[in-house]
Design a protein around this ligand. Structure first.
Ligand code: GLC
Length: 499
């Protein structure tokens, strides 16, 4: 790790390795994310940003102060706003203009959160999908660094996440050069890169002319490429995905950049918030249960069947999908096989989620074709998702690619056995049980045949009652908490700081 971009020597960090063995290393992390649960989120990134910082603060062997920074979206409820403190405001540069930046803070469940306020950019419905998203998140990235003039916190590392914060390491390396401030960039999904035309260079990004090459890629602007090149360390959310990113099948055009930066790449599997996802205390489900009391799972199945409008039957296996309905999640494999699976087997199928219109319509059609076997819940509701995890028997996740995936871990936690494709984080968290001691069913090739066989394996095992119950109890015992995974982040931070 001698240089961080085209031979430019990487600046030396403050030496801070403790001299005495018992002394703890103390450092500050500012975790920048476009979404953070429970304030505002659309998926896995929000959940990670809402749980990893807490876990980092609980690590005993170091003294890590991890704080979180995000945009103050309109959708953030008064429940949180009423307790926020206004810390100050400033005008910050965005290309040729200056924009207002207000900074609020909130202490919530032991973590300090900062919110960047600008009504023009963030007082809108939803989080993303606007014509000026490049400008909105370039503004946010710049505000992350500019807010350091207002907040009373000096980060040793800014940890940026996904393309929306990609300009943080780029600005640090090209404009700010703040001393003793390192950067980590985590790729949660390489499919979304912040890919724009060259016009944004002058109109939005405002990089010095001799530095624009950092974000240029194949005649366009690619923010994620800039972040990978500029950060001291890059991570992604599972070891297998870190490997897959070198392959054009998975990289959406960035494999070359990943390979060139391989020396600073890490793959760290996500954890889940085991307090939020806890069948023994979950307030959303009708009956609480655990591996000591697995019988409590059954009333949840009955309730789910009722809610989905399916016949209430204990003996029929319920298969479920909770997902965004997009090609990357392997929806096509379900489309190709589900009619056949339902026709040929005594089984029920429940889908919860929204996404591409043609998938939504297809699932509605499936429910019409098989009124006693299939239900399509085309919406997303957090409480309902807990009911589906708890009430179903088999969880289906045939992703074409899956950086980490949290649902398969949540499913295990609720004793719902996953059927997954062997890719990315699915491969790192689920082991096949047909050959021995596993927690789910795997298939390798992205084909409907391979998927069909894995589903059939699961259905066959379901009817072997004693064996199935053993599998359910094994899954209920799985520990996908952040406790061990947060230590991998700790190690990465300390490798950077003591380099
Ligand atoms: C993205 C990925 C998902 C991952 C999540 C959190 O949503 O698609 O696989 O679990 O980020 O890192």
């Amino acid at each position: 790790m001698g240089s961080n971009y085209r031979g430019r020597p990487m600046k030396k960090a403050r030496p801070r390795k403790p001299s005495a063995v018992k002394e703890k290393m103390q450092y500050n992390i500012l975790f920048a994310s476009p979404e953070v649960s429970p304030f505002a989120g659309t998926g896995g990134l929000g959940e990670v940003a809402g749980s990893l910082p807490k876990a980092l603060k609980s690590i005993k062997s170091s003294d890590i102060d991890c704080r979180v920074i995000m945009p103050l979206y309109q959708s953030i409820s008064d429940e949180y706003r009423k307790d926020m403190d206004f810390l100050g405001c400033a005008e910050i540069p965005i290309a040729w203009k200056h924009e207002y930046m207000g900074v609020f803070s909130l202490e919530y469940k032991g973590v300090t959160y900062y919110f960047i306020d600008n009504e023009y950019y963030f007082k809108r419905d939803g989080l993303y999908g606007y014509f000026d998203d490049c400008e909105r998140f370039t503004y946010f990235s710049r505000a992350v660094i500019e807010s350091l003039r207002i907040i009373d916190f000096v980060p040793d590392i800014i940890h940026a996440n996904d393309w929306q914060t990609a300009m943080v390491p780029v600005f640090q390396n090209t404009i700010y050069h703040r001393e003793f401030m390192e950067t980590v960039f985590t790729i949660h999904n390489i499919e979304y890169q912040g890919h724009y035309g060259m016009d944004v260079l002058q109109n939005v990004l405002g990089l010095p002319e001799d530095k624009t090459y950092v974000v240029e890629y194949h005649g366009d602007v690619n923010l994620m490429k800039g972040a990978i090149e500029s950060s001291n360390m890059v991570s992604t959310v599972s070891p297998s995905y870190a490997n897959e990113l070198k392959d054009p099948f998975y990289s959406f055009g960035l494999d070359h950049i990943i390979r060139r930066n391989e020396h600073k790449m890490r793959g760290i599997l996500n954890g889940i918030d085991t307090r939020v996802y806890n069948p023994s205390t979950d307030p959303f489900i009708v009956s609480n249960y655990s591996y000591n009391h697995p019988e409590g799972k059954l009333p949840n199945k009955t309730e789910l069947q009722k809610a989905a409008g399916l016949p209430v039957r204990e003996d029929v296996p319920v298969m479920a999908v909770v997902s965004r309905l997009v090609p990357a999640k392997g929806m096509d494999l379900i489309l190709e096989t589900m009619d056949g699976i339902l026709d040929g087997n005594d089984v029920q199928f429940i889908l919860l989620g929204t996404g591409d219109g043609h998938y939504e319509n297809w699932f509605r059609g499936l429910a019409e074709r098989h009124p006693d076997k299939a239900a399509a819940l085309i919406y997303f509701d957090n409480g309902m998702s807990h009911k589906v995890y708890a009430g179903s028997d088999i969880f289906i996740m045939p992703s074409r690619s899956e950086p980490c995936g949290l649902s398969q871990m949540i499913a295990c936690r609720y004793g719902t056995v996953p059927v997954v494709r062997e890719t990315g984080g699915l491969r790192d968290s689920i082991k096949d049980c047909t050959l021995g001691d596993g927690n789910g069913f795997l298939f390798g090739d992205f084909t409907s045949d391979a998927f069909y066989h894995a589903v059939m394996n699961a259905l066959n095992r379901y009817h072997d009652k004693a064996n199935w119950q053993k599998l359910v109890e094994h899954d209920l015992r799985m520990n996908f908490s952040w406790a061990s995974q947060a230590k991998e982040y700790q190690k990465m931070y300390e490798d950077i700081l003591t380099y």
